[in-house]
Design a protein around this ligand. Structure first.
Ligand SMILES: C[S@@+](CC[C@H](N)C(=O)[O-])C[C@H]1O[C@@H](n2cnc3c(N)ncnc32)[C@H](O)[C@@H]1O
Length: 463
């Protein structure tokens, strides 16, 4: 009794002070890449700390249920630790896992999927396949969205420190293709030379908010979009003269909002075409500014190939490509099946998908603009009877009305491509309730060095 009293007394009394130094062992890693140490069961999240490491930690902040700390000294280090870590990449989220060796990153991502299937889908130890890793672990991104701000009076490009709008100047973005970094740096220097002011979020002044660049991984074509607060400004004609021969598409996106969305609703073409062309799995794709296109082309090609292999496609199959973007998944398999139907919410992407079908001489693909949760029930009513349904939704996963309509078709197979294990696991439960069985789950690392986890899964109709 006395002992319990003492423990309780101790717990109530244990107060952590800011800047206090605490020694402890890292017992876990959050999906954001922070180490967890527990002192009297009170968790601290610590940047740049890996499981099993013994550290001395300085207390930075203490909340009601958890706190934050900073490593002061490593008393022991994990064999998975990468030496000479650039903490800017950890702090900005460019590379949340940049301090972890690549094989350990792949292992951690698989474990996340295993854990979430256990917790959210009541599937203890589902035999999730090993994460399919990338050959190119850095410099793989084909797209950049770089904020432009003034830092100490100088126009800078970089990334915001996590959970803030403080710009950390960065000139080597580590995971982006070097040609993209070069162009960001050139454009920044042009802005300085032409005295075109960066956006000031506090005062709602200035011109340039972001530099957005897309580069075709196979084609090398470049799209440059300046996100600006107004359509006309001094120095614009000089910029056009300088960049019209350097890029295949040069556009303005006019964003006058105060929110966090990168693009405004209005675009203006300054030179070249309003799209670039790249190829995936041997097919050509036009990609417009607002359309989704996987940022790691080499890994996305592996992902799509796996999805086709899981689907075991037959020549007579009618296939639905839900959340179809510019048609990459559907058009990539159109010559192996009878018919492809795709739906997508962004009109420009659907325009691209239609053009892309023609570009590749594909005549058996049909694309429609609209929310999948409305288009799918309509197609079911219209009598479209798919054999295989591919879904590739955004992070929020599938809508109930989509799942109801998709499962009502009794399609033989559902291929689920997910960028969020939590919503994937939630949707698996619903598919299983509606008569499907989860057969295979394969993580594919589309985002080396970062916290993002992509998976492809096979669900089949129970006999
Ligand atoms: C992860 S991306 C996949 C795109 C495409 N399958 C690909 O691989 O390039 C998800 C797509 O869903 C679209 N989208 C988002 N919400 C949607 C909705 N409610 N209905 C249909 N499409 C939607 C997005 O615009 C985006 O193109």
């Amino acid at each position: 009794m006395d002992f319990i009293k003492r423990v309780c007394y101790h717990k109530i009394m244990r107060k952590f002070q800011k800047n206090e130094i605490i020694q402890g062992k890292v017992v876990d890693l959050t999906h954001e890449g922070q180490g967890v140490i527990k002192v009297d069961n009170f968790p601290f999240f610590v940047e740049n700390a890996l499981p099993a490491e013994e550290i001395k930690m300085k207390v930075l902040k203490v909340g009601k249920n958890f706190g934050f700390g900073k490593v002061e000294e490593w008393l022991s280090q994990s064999p998975d630790r990468v030496q000479d870590v650039n903490v800017t990449y950890l702090r900005t989220g460019i590379a949340d896992f940049g301090h972890m060796a690549y094989p350990a990153q792949l292992h951690f991502k698989r474990q996340q999927v295993v854990d979430v299937l256990r917790k959210n889908a009541h599937k203890p130890d589902f035999p999730v396949l090993e994460t399919l890793g990338a050959e190119q672990e850095t410099q793989y991104r084909n797209k950049a969205q770089v904020p432009v701000r003034s830092v100490n009076g100088r126009t800078e490009t970089g990334f915001f420190r996590k959970n803030s709008h403080d710009l950390v100047p960065i000139h080597d973005f580590y995971i982006q293709s070097p040609e993209i970094d070069d162009l960001v740096n050139q454009v920044r220097e042009s802005l300085i030379r032409l005295n075109i002011q960066p956006y000031d979020e506090q005062r709602k002044r200035g011109i340039v908010r972001n530099i957005v660049i897309r580069r075709g991984h196979h084609s090398g074509q470049m799209m440059l979009i300046l996100v600006v607060t107004k359509e006309k400004f001094a120095g614009l004609s000089e910029l056009v003269a300088e960049y019209s021969n350097k890029v295949d598409s040069f556009q303005l996106s006019i964003n006058t909002s105060t929110g966090n969305a990168i693009f405004g609703s209005k675009f203006k073409l300054l030179s070249g075409k309003d799209y670039i062309t790249d190829s995936m799995l041997g097919k050509d794709f036009q990609i417009s500014a607002r359309a989704f296109y996987q940022v790691n082309t080499a890994q996305a090609e592996k992902l799509y190939q796996l999805a086709y292999d899981f689907a075991d496609l037959k020549a007579e199959d009618v296939v639905i490509d839900a959340y179809s973007g510019i048609g990459t998944i559907g058009l990539g398999m159109a010559d192996k099946v009878a018919q492809v139907y795709g739906m997508e919410i962004i009109p420009e992407a659907v325009e691209n998908a239609k053009t892309n079908a023609a570009l590749n001489d594909i005549t058996n693909a049909h694309y429609e603009v609209g929310p999948a949760e409305e288009v799918m029930p309509k197609w079911v009513q219209d009598g479209i009877q798919p054999d295989v349904i591919f879904v590739d939704p955004p992070r929020k996963g599938l809508d109930e009305s989509f799942i109801k309509a998709a499962t009502a078709t009794q399609a033989r197979t559902i291929i689920y491509i997910s960028c969020n294990p939590a919503t994937f696991a939630r949707d698996v439960v619903r598919f299983e309730e509606e008569g499907y069985l989860l057969e295979k789950v394969q993580p594919v690392d589309l985002f080396p060095q970062t916290k993002h986890v992509e998976t492809v899964a096979l669900l089949t109709r129970k006999k």
